[in-house]
Structure formats: C-alpha cells, structure tokens
Design a protein around this ligand. Structure first.
Ligand SMILES: [Mn+2]
Length: 383
C-alpha cells in the first residue's frame, strides 16, 4: 500500500519562496499533510526511522516511535542513527530493509534533494528538521517540515524533538513523554526558549531540571564515547523510567566524558589561537573520539560573544570542525558556507549560533585565512 507509485509529482505542494515563510493557511495545510502521513501508517507496514546521531536526534526518534505505538500499537521496526552526509550507508540500509515509509528526523537532508528524489522510489518519506532550509522537498511522495516553517522562532531554538512532540501531540496524547522532549531541547541548548514547557514537565512528572540535564549528559557521553551503543541506549530510554536510566549501565560514561572535556578545556586556555580584534578563537583537538562538539559547547558558555572554531584532528585526510557563537552577531552557518565555498572538497553549514563542516587537510590554512578575512570585513571595516 502506498508505495506503488514510483515517480513523485512535483507540482502538488511547492512554496517556492525563500526563506520559506508560510502564512497560517499554508501552515495548516502542512500540518494536515503530516496528519495524513501518520494516519495512513497501518500496523502491518514497516517503518524506518533515520535520526541524527545526537541528543536531539535520538529524542526525536523516541517521541516518534512512542507516537507510532500509540497510533497503531507498534513502534518503528527500524531505527538507526546517521549524519546527514552519510548518504551511501543510509541508502544501503533502506534498500535492504524495504520499508513502507521512511522518516528522517533532525537531519539536514534537504542539502541533497536528488538523494531524496531517489529514495522516493522506495517509499513515501517524512522529514522533520530544524536546520537551515536549503530546499523545499515537499512532493506527492514527501512531507517536508522544518520548525521555522511553523514558527516565528529561529530553527536553532526549536529543535526537532520538540517539533516531533508538537506535531504528534496533535494526534495522540504524549503528556507522559514531555520529559523526552525536554532532554532533546537541552541537547540543542534551547532551554531558554521553552522555560514554561520545562516548568510544566518538572511539576507534573515530578522530575527535576538537574535530572533532565543528567539524562542529556548520558546521551552526550554515549554519543562521544560509544556511538555504536545508540540502539541499546534507545531501548533503555524507550522502556525505562527516568530514575532507572539515571542509575543504569550508561551512567558511568558521564564521568569518563567529563574528565576528557575538562582536559581539553584547560588545554584551550593554554593553547588556543586568539585574535582579539576579530573576536575569534581557533583550537585543535587531537583525538580519535568525536569529542569536539561536547568541548565547544562548554567553551561557548564561557565565551558566548566570541566566534570559536574547534578542529577535530583524528589524523584522517578530512579535518572536521565546529563553530559556535551565542550572540548572533556573526552567523556561524553563513561564515562556514562562505569560508568553504572556494575550497574543493570542503563544506560547512548549520545554525546561526552553531554550525559545523569539514575541510581537506591540505586546505586547512586557506580555510583559516578565509575565516579571518570574512571576520575582518564584518567587524573592522564597518566602523
Ligand atoms: Mn537538532
């Protein structure tokens, strides 16, 4: 059912204005498309959920699966984590599994419209995300929703887990699962925009903000130290009460990660390159662990009004980097897009306060020079 048509019609639902600002009627239409997608999922269909390999991503998948179970008596058959650029691995898994529906959560997959067009021949697709909008992927086969299409908030303040929660709550009751949405919000540093939602959850579910933060820490720690354990982690969060998870087998990862982060934080104070007039820090972490995001999230709390770029050097030809700045004075996504545009094999993008990308090692210095040049123009020439 539903997967008999191989070619998607492109004319059914195109907003064609960028940035995608929708009026209330278009928003209602989009929500209706989501509701129809969900209602058409039957108990015998096979559902594949692909989520971003981070806290917001896994919380999105947890909420989506909870909603599915309430709607049709069964959770998603296949749930796996990925990064948006892992197209080959994603496609192979989907082709092998042969899903009746494909769901992408918290993945900036609209950077590859032709990839989604390919996957549409496998099954109808739902995409829920909040990263910058690159393309409108809505078609007769694909329902594509970004938080910023339904809200005045910047996408970075309306994480995918909360979007997932809000949309699914229009169909079923997820009031016992608000804590999962809170953990997802903490994962993407969006507490400030959703304080009322937190307070309501804390009072009603008798859980403290500190416990919610600890749950977030557990996911972050597993993400860095043992990402291959995400399926196990997913099962624990799906079936256990928060208190049980907090005293469970993943607890010890948190202190291990904390020690690692502290080590890199003190190294930052000693070794980071600092350019005061450009309000810029460069810092390189040499590690085989994916720890740079965890470290930079800590650094940016201490230096919210500086541009911080952290390179994660694991010896491979491609050097990956993260960028942070909390005051919106410089847009990190645009900064990285511009600085990588002229470099072959380099890419970058994401949110205004938080973005990431990669650059071939032989172009690393060129990339750094580009960053400095752009910041010089923005910060020095203006006055
Ligand atoms: Mn996210």
């Amino acid at each position: 059912m539903g997967s008999s048509i191989g070619i998607a019609k492109r004319t059914t639902f195109i907003f064609n204005t960028f940035p995608l600002k929708l009026d209330s009627m278009q928003q209602a239409r989009l929500k209706k498309r989501f509701n129809n997608f969900m209602k058409k999922i039957s108990a015998w269909q096979k559902i594949a959920v692909v989520h971003h390999r981070d806290t917001d991503g896994i919380c999105s998948a947890l909420l989506f699966s909870k909603a599915l179970e309430k709607l049709r008596g069964k959770r998603a058959e296949l749930v796996f984590s990925a990064d948006y650029h892992e197209k080959k691995a994603i496609k192979e898994k989907l082709l092998e599994f042969k899903p009746d529906k494909i769901v992408f959560l918290d993945l900036s997959i609209d950077q590859f419209p032709e990839f989604i067009r390919e996957l549409e021949s496998i099954a109808p697709i739902l995409i829920l995300d909040h990263h910058k909008i690159y393309n409108d992927l809505n078609s007769s086969r694909t329902v594509f929703i970004k938080s910023q299409m339904l809200s005045e908030l910047d996408g970075s303040n309306y994480p995918a887990s909360k979007l997932c929660f809000d949309l699914c709550s229009g169909l079923i009751d997820l009031s016992n699962e608000t804590w999962i949405a809170c953990v997802g919000l903490l994962g993407d540093m969006s507490y400030d925009s959703w304080k009322d939602f937190f307070n309501e959850t804390i009072a009603r579910l008798k859980i403290s903000l500190n416990e919610l933060k600890q749950l977030k820490e557990i996911i972050s720690a597993v993400e860095v130290l043992a990402p291959e354990k995400f399926p196990e982690l997913f099962n624990d969060f799906y079936s256990m009460a928060p208190a049980k998870i907090l005293s469970g087998k993943f607890k010890e990862f948190v202190s291990v990660l904390e020690n690692e982060i502290k080590k890199h934080e003190s190294e930052f104070e000693k070794k980071a390159e600092f350019f005061p007039s450009l309000e810029l820090y460069f810092f390189t972490i040499r590690s085989d662990k994916e720890i740079k995001s965890a470290v930079i999230d800590r650094l940016t709390l201490k230096h919210p009004n500086k541009t911080i770029i952290v390179f994660g050097d694991n010896g491979k030809p491609l050097v990956r980097f993260s960028a942070r700045r909390q005051d919106f004075k410089i847009k990190m996504n645009e900064l990285l897009e511009k600085a990588t545009a002229s470099i072959p094999g380099a890419s970058g993008g994401g949110h205004i306060p938080a973005a990431a990308g990669s650059v071939p090692r032989e172009h690393l210095e060129e990339f750094k020079e580009n960053i400095k040049k752009i910041l010089r123009q923005k910060l020095l020439k203006r006055k």
